[in-house]
Design a protein around this ligand. Structure first.
Ligand code: ADP
Ligand code: MG
Length: 947
């Protein structure tokens, strides 16, 4: 079966599982390797494991963008890839007839939104939600998209409008360095982390040319001005002025080289973001002139000096806290740079004024050391937050088009992702709340897209269940009671609130809520919210205070009295504001808490999003070391969870995560028809889903459709057959694979059986053939041997005849006396001379039998020993009366043959001469020992004493 997430096998089983998975992967994913899969929904099956593998394969192949249904996943390359963002590529995507057919890219999303606006189909307005954790590349992506729109949304014809559009685009692009300088900081996760959320509205006129833009910011992390986490830095702008100021400016802002500031940690670290000139240039383009700029930087320098104002414990509640040694100087410098009176500043930081009673009498109370620190930090945060908002308003006024000059817009939301730290407070609650809201929006949108696909395929939607995050949202923001309402209530009651008390209130008021929990092991009061991306533990300590974000009215009054032109603008003496910040008696205005303000702006944002066609870009950081070509699966997985992609995958899996085209399905499961008894064939209807899905139209070859239906009816598992695809769940796929394995096993057994039979038969045939060949060869060899013997005998016979005739002739010549005359004719014609009977018979016998005798005597095989002698005697017709008196030796290696001539008188006497057949060279002469065979018989006869 398929291995699911984190399913680790071991040994060969794991290996086998791996190979099966690869096999299935190949089938389900088609032939394409993982890195070539442009869409994660094409990964089959849609599981975390396969999604991760696909993303990893693509990242390692330098492919950084992947579609995930209606979402684009953007992996941070952590290295410059200039060709990926070149103007030529922008033009290519812009000019493409179907940009979706090109490789996934942020330009595809950009172009799609642009075309949607052009098409004027409702909803005309578009929005792109760029999310991801810090350092994942949200700001980079937003910046690239802005550059893209700057290129494509410019008029190619009208020079005048082209110039206007260019000016606007330049301003929009220039707003980036300014906002990043004031709103971004170096954190543990990202050197250029945006500490605020922003929604940029790119405004287009009727001809889809960019005429203006508007920026809305959310939740600036202003606490960073006065408090930086270890190894993190303050906002970039402080380092820019500290490092980039000219000598004369240094004097003016009291920033001597080497000066140390407690709110400026790690100034030694040099980042590319520390470029003061770029910020100044951009500010100038946005219409912030040099004096205003100097004023801003002077105020920021004043805040740095304010940070060096350290208080000591007075030891007496009635006495204001004294300053530490050199803090007096810092207070003086700070007051000077902020246009304040030093004493007034010091008094405001150290003395609290309380108005009470009917006569609104003013009481003055010295603050404790901690209170003094808090008031100092609050002053800095107040100034910085106002400055940031003012900058945003300046940017907006510089880039915003007149309301009647634009009709449509494309919104870019660069929003922080889901956050979970060991200690989470109000900031994380707001961020995660925003993410829950956006996730709900996304899920609704995604489900709609999925529903559409099912509808196209003719499937019903109702069976898809998914995890709705509405209960979690109800817990956070619902009415009448929710976490937000309880925290706000604590602020409104204006009573001293303890962390434990808040925890108890939350627990008792929201008891039974499914998404609420508590970490009972933690010594600190806390509550846990089970967000869609995972549980997060929030500390209740400080929650109410942060929510109140109290600004002592003395501080505002102090700043309103500043002589600094910038601070005068930032803190105008507004009577309305005054009444808000100085609530008193029964006419107290409703307290605007951080949560309520955030909720209101979030509602507003979502309203905007609801009125647009949303597009999603999920930025993923492949590793936390910001290294190229390194992919940490666990880190990526947690981000996929946080950005909701896992939820998307789950939704996908809740329906039918596995979708296989009819052809592929038939190819793989055709053999399952064997499972079905032949008799049942053709009895079932076309689709096994109880008629829930429609019959596939006759768009495919009849054979394919017929096969498909046969297979579907042979299966025990329920399948949903769409118009072009077969939809199934993981468990169905598992069943199919089991059945397929079973059939394959049967087939394998058949093949094995057939093979063994074939092998046995072949072996038997071979054995028979070998025996036949052996027999044939042997008989051939035997025949050949006999033929040779026969040929040899013929040769011997012939030679012997010739020799005998010659010998007879010679013998007749040698015969003495009377006989010589007769015999002299004998060689010429032996038969013509009338020889005596005995002589004639002997000669005949010799003539007839000697070759045989000689052959027998020399034969290597045949008769042996005494038999041989007898045979020789018989052949020679020798008397055998006393065989013992005759010694006959025969051997093939006889030294030679002597000539034998019989005496005519009939006595058994032989005249021997050297035979012409003897081996003259090898044997020197007949010795009694070396002479064997017939010659030996002759020798025996000649031996003295022999008869
Ligand atoms: P975020 O806004 O999500 O916190 P940033 O957009 O600031 O993250 O990106 C962090 C860093 O990652 C950038 O400073 C840049 O160095 C790198 N980066 C992000 N996206 C890309 C990209 N597409 N190509 C090259 N570098 C990138
Ligand atoms: Mg950013």
């Amino acid at each position: 079966m398929l291995q699911q997430v984190n399913g680790h096998g071991s040994g060969s089983a794991a290996h086998g599982g791996e190979s099966l998975r690869e096999d299935l992967q190949e089938f389900l994913g088609g032939e394409a390797p993982l890195q070539q899969l442009d869409d994660l929904t094409k990964v089959n099956p849609v599981t975390l494991e396969t999604v991760l593998r696909c993303l990893q394969a693509r990242y390692m192949a330098d492919t950084f963008y992947t579609n995930a249904g209606c979402t684009l996943v953007a992996m941070n390359p952590f290295k410059p890839v200039p060709q990926l963002y070149s103007p030529e590529l922008m033009q290519e995507y812009h000019a493409a007839s179907q940009p979706q057919t090109l490789k996934p890219h942020i330009f595809t999303v950009g172009e799609q939104t642009y075309r949607n606006v052009k098409s004027l189909m409702e909803p005309v307005n578009q929005s792109i939600v760029v999310s991801g954790e810090s350092g994942a590349g949200k700001t980079w992506t937003s910046r690239c998209l802005m550059k893209f729109y700057a290129v494509v949304a410019a008029s190619p014809t009208s020079w005048e409008s082209h110039k206007v559009a260019q000016r606007i685009e330049q301003r929009i692009l220039n707003s980036n360095p300014v906002m990043e300088a004031f709103g971004n900081a170096c954190t543990l996760r990202n050197n250029n982390s945006s500490r605020f959320g922003k929604f940029i509205q790119l405004q287009l006129n009727g001809a889809q040319q960019m005429t203006g833009a508007a920026v809305q910011t959310y939740l600036l992390e202003k606490t960073r001005v006065a408090c930086q986490a270890p190894s993190e830095r303050n906002f970039h702008i402080f380092y820019q002025i500290y490092k980039g100021a000219h000598a004369e400016e240094r004097v003016r802002w009291c920033l001597p080289e080497g000066a140390t500031f407690s709110w400026l940690p790690h100034p030694e670290r040099t980042l590319e973001e520390d470029c003061f000139e770029v910020t100044r240039e951009a500010m100038l383009h946005l219409g912030i002139d040099a004096p205003t700029q100097n004023n801003i930087f002077q105020a920021l320098a004043g805040l740095l000096h304010l940070g060096n104002t350290q208080f000591a414990d007075s030891g007496n509640e009635a006495q204001p806290c004294p300053l530490v040694d050199d803090a007096q100087c810092s207070v003086g410098t700070s007051a000077l740079l902020l246009g304040l009176l030093e004493d007034h500043l010091l008094e405001t930081l150290r003395i609290r004024t309380i108005q009470a009673g009917r006569g609104r009498q003013v009481f003055r109370k010295p603050c404790s050391q901690a209170e003094c620190d808090t008031r100092r930090d609050c002053l800095a945060k107040l100034v910085y937050a106002r400055l940031f908002d003012w900058l945003v308003s300046v940017i907006n006024s510089s880039i915003c088009a007149a309301p009647d000059s634009w009709t449509t817009f494309i919104g870019l939301l660069d929003v922080y992702g889901f956050e979970s730290f060991p200690n989470n407070s109000l900031e994380q609650l707001c961020i995660n709340y925003a993410n829950e809201k956006l996730q709900q929006h996304f899920v609704a949108h995604y489900l709609r897209a999925q529903q559409e696909e099912y509808a196209v395929e003719g499937l019903e939607w109702s069976f898809v269940s998914y995890q709705d995050n509405q209960p979690c949202l109800d817990l956070i923001e619902g009415s009448p009671v929710s976490i937000c309402s309880l925290i706000n209530e604590e602020c409104r009651l204006n009573r001293p609130s303890s962390a434990a008390q808040l925890q108890t209130r939350i627990e008792s008021a929201l008891t039974g809520r499914p998404r609420l929990g508590r970490d009972r092991l933690s010594p600190e009061p806390n509550f846990i919210v089970l967000h869609y991306a995972g549980p997060v533990r929030y500390r209740t300590a400080g929650l109410v205070e942060k929510n109140k974000d109290p600004v002592p009215p003395e501080l505002t009054r102090l700043l309103q009295q500043s002589q600094d032109p910038l601070l005068k603008v930032l803190f105008p003496a507004d009577p309305e504001e005054k009444s808000q910040e100085e609530p008193s008696g029964q006419n107290r205005a409703p307290v605007l808490t951080v949560v309520s303000k955030f909720k209101a702006s979030l509602e507003q944002l979502l309203q905007v999003l609801h009125g647009t066609t949303p597009h999603y870009i999920r930025c993923i950081k492949p590793n936390s070391q910001a290294q190229a070509q390194i992919f940490h699966r666990e880190e990526v997985l947690s981000q996929l969870e946080a950005c909701g992609l896992v939820e998307t995958i789950h939704i996908s899996a809740a329906g039918f995560p596995i979708r296989v085209s009819h052809r592929n399905f038939v190819e793989r499961y055709e053999l399952l028809r064997r499972l079905r008894p032949a008799t049942t064939l053709g009895r079932h209807g076309p689709c096994p889903d109880g008629g829930r899905s429609e019959r596939p139209p006759c768009t495919e070859p009849a054979t394919l459709r017929g096969l498909l239906q046969e297979i579907l009816h042979a299966l025990p598992a329920p399948l949903h057959c769409g118009r072009t695809k077969v939809f199934m769940t993981d468990s169905t796929l598992e069943l199919l694979e089991c059945a397929r394995a079973q059939v394959l096993e049967q087939c394998a057994r058949h093949i094995q059986r057939g093979w063994r039979r074939h092998r046995c038969r072949t072996q038997a045939r071979r054995r028979r053939a070998a025996v036949l060949i052996q027999a044939a060869v042997r008989s051939w060899l035997a025949r050949k041997h006999v033929r040779r013997l026969h040929a040899a005998a013929t040769v011997i016979k012939r030679a012997w005849r010739e020799w005998r005739i010659r010998m007879a002739f010679l013998a007749s010549e040698e015969l003495d006396g009377v006989e010589e005359k007769h015999s002299s004719q004998a060689p010429c014609s032996p038969s013509s001379s009338p020889l005596p009977l005995a002589q004639t018979r002997l000669q005949g016998a010799i003539t007839r039998l000697w070759p045989l005798g000689l052959a027998l005597a020399n034969a290597a095989v045949g008769v042996h020993g005494f038999q041989r002698k007898l045979v020789v005697f018989a052949c020679l017709q020798l008397p055998v009366g006393s065989p013992r008196s005759c010694a006959i030796q025969t051997a093939q290696e006889q030294a030679g043959v002597l000539s034998i001539r019989a005496l005519p008188q009939g006595s058994i006497r032989f005249h021997c001469r050297k035979s012409p057949l003897r081996y003259a060279d090898t044997c020197p002469g007949p010795s009694p020992d070396s002479v064997t065979g017939f010659n030996q018989i002759l020798l025996e006869r000649h031996r003295p004493g022999h008869v």
